[in-house]
Design a protein around this ligand. Sequence first.
Ligand code: HEM
Length: 422
Amino acid sequence: MTAAPDRTDVPRPAPVRLWEDGFAADPQRYYAALRAQGPVGWAELAPGVPAYLVTDRSAALDVLRDPETFSHDPRAWEETVPADSPVLGMMRWRPNALFADGAAHVRYRATLIDVFDLVEPHDLRARVHRAVRLLAGRIGPRGEADLVGDFSRPLMALVLNDLFGLPDSQGDRLDEGLGKMMEGGAQAAEGEAQYARYVLELIEAKAERPGDDLPSRLLAHPAGLTREEVTWQVFLTLGAGYEPTANLLSNTLSRILGNPAYYSTLTSGARPVMDAVVEVLHHETPLANYGVYYARRPAVLHGVRLREAVPVVVSYGALGLPRGPRDGEGSPHAGREAAGGRHPRDASHLSWGAGPHACPVRQHTMLLVTEAIERLTQWLPDLAPVLPRERLSWRPGPFHRSLTALPVRFAPRSPDQPGVPS
Ligand code: HEM
């Protein structure tokens, strides 16, 4: 919050409609329109569902780090939207860490951190390698693949189901329910119901037969979460993990494949994969508009008066520097050495959030994504994009930045060929 002048006398501009198809095709145009309104713009998440969109870094930090003024609890807002609003699947209250404030939040979040802490890096790496081996073995002999539908999404389903104690065969069910819910469109309610059934069945099974998996650890955690509370933490965590991480994977792969400077150095040990991931976190972050907060009382944020019960959305997508789709191309290492081997702008993006709700598993996620890409490119070192980046299409929806498909070609390769990683 700032002492900047209150600009509320200025008539409210027409809302920028993040639910339009054009948003997926060219988000920067929409973000530019929002930025033109000032640090806090006026948008619509769905027809008739307005929100304040925070597009300025300093205003974003003021929201993220001020739980006294901003709550994560959407219940007052829910009363203002129609029961069939397509964004409710993503935004409605549930008793989990994301929608809780204060002591309840600390309790839920601590249990999640505790159970994820038990996932050692070597263990996660082994699970990722198993998943890549399975998928690359499947697509390798074909010589062509869609790295979204044949790799990023099924990889996340395999890894998460593995961690959550479900068989590989359940991946399609997870993909279908969550995919529809995340798009926030006409099928969102159906997707939400499918996904909820998936999680409920999982928790019932783990309560009866605990195993060495995350839900069983949550059920046994000394914080004493009820079965219902565990269900909602799993609902949050599987969802929070699946969609954004699959999108981080495919957005990064598309940057790497579209940029010879990255691709030609993939095997040099220079960690260009990490650079590409960081570039995506800056300019094409998967969780584009899903930092959703609510002013607890009327407040002024960087000159804009906020009403209660209207979402204040930290636009992680708009916070990325508007340097155009070709940013970084040709010089993935520029300035890296000067920053001691660390990407010079790594610290300046906010794609993991900040403050009490910042993503609790960012380290796990970075390891998962970089391992998956490095392993895939070891299996298939000659991946070539079928389409130039500007011809790729993106899924609709206000919350995410998600490719529809990423078609590639490569020389067919069978799992028993020499040189294929074990
Ligand atoms: C396995 C992968 C992941 C898991 C399990 C996961 C889990 C979570 C959970 C449980 C929260 C809520 C924390 C809380 O409210 O205290 C959260 C928050 C968040 N996550 Fe992740 N996450 C994953 C990957 C990602 C990815 C790939 C991104 C984007 C780059 C991301 C960005 C965020 C952000 C921005 C928030 C805070 C949202 C806000 O402002 O309220 N996460 N994550």
